[in-house]
Design a protein around this ligand. Structure first.
Ligand code: GDP
Length: 140
């Protein structure tokens, strides 16, 4: 196992539900460390670029609108096997398929408004972290 970093976003639905604290606590109680975090409203350019991989999908435009609907909390998490560990804590994209106890099972409303984002590979994590944070903002 290797020490990894991954990008977490608490999406606007979960922020509106006042679930920021419970979600960050879930990461910490599972052994992941928060090494950077900030709350912000994404710009349209940021939301479109962040999800550009999905630009051809029918859910892309409403996904961008949803990500602009309120502030988000963006964090860098560190730990052993952090990328997949974080994905396990999040649960499946569709909350009706998410395992009991996962963040999406607890907080997601539907497949779009599903509470959290997490990087899906070490390579994507590096790119997504660099998208939102300077290396000097990470506290090791
Ligand atoms: P993730 O890695 O589990 O977040 O899933 P994806 O990378 O496949 O999709 C990115 C985000 O797009 C998801 O978290 C959802 O917010 C949204 N999304 C993905 N698939 C669908 C879908 O079939 N319908 C809708 N409405 N939204 C989707």
């Amino acid at each position: 196992m290797a020490l990894e970093h991954t990008l977490s976003i608490i999406k606007p639905d979960a922020v509106a539900k006042r679930a920021i604290g419970e979600i960050l606590a879930t990461f910490e109680q599972a052994g992941l460390s928060v090494v950077a975090t900030k709350m912000k409203r994404l710009t349209r350019a940021e939301a479109e670029a962040f999800y550009a991989v999905h630009a051809d999908r029918p859910f892309y435009a409403p996904l961008v609108e949803f990500m602009l609907s309120g502030p988000v909390v963006i964090s860098v998490l560190a730990g052993e096997n952090a990328v997949m560990h974080h994905r396990q804590l999040m649960g499946a994209t569709d909350p009706t398929a998410a395992a009991p106890g996962t963040i999406r099972a607890r907080f997601a409303s539907n497949t779009r408004e599903n509470a959290v984002h997490g990087s899906d590979s070490v390579e994507n994590a590096q790119n997504e972290i660099a998208f939102f944070f300077a290396q000097t903002e990470l506290c090791h």
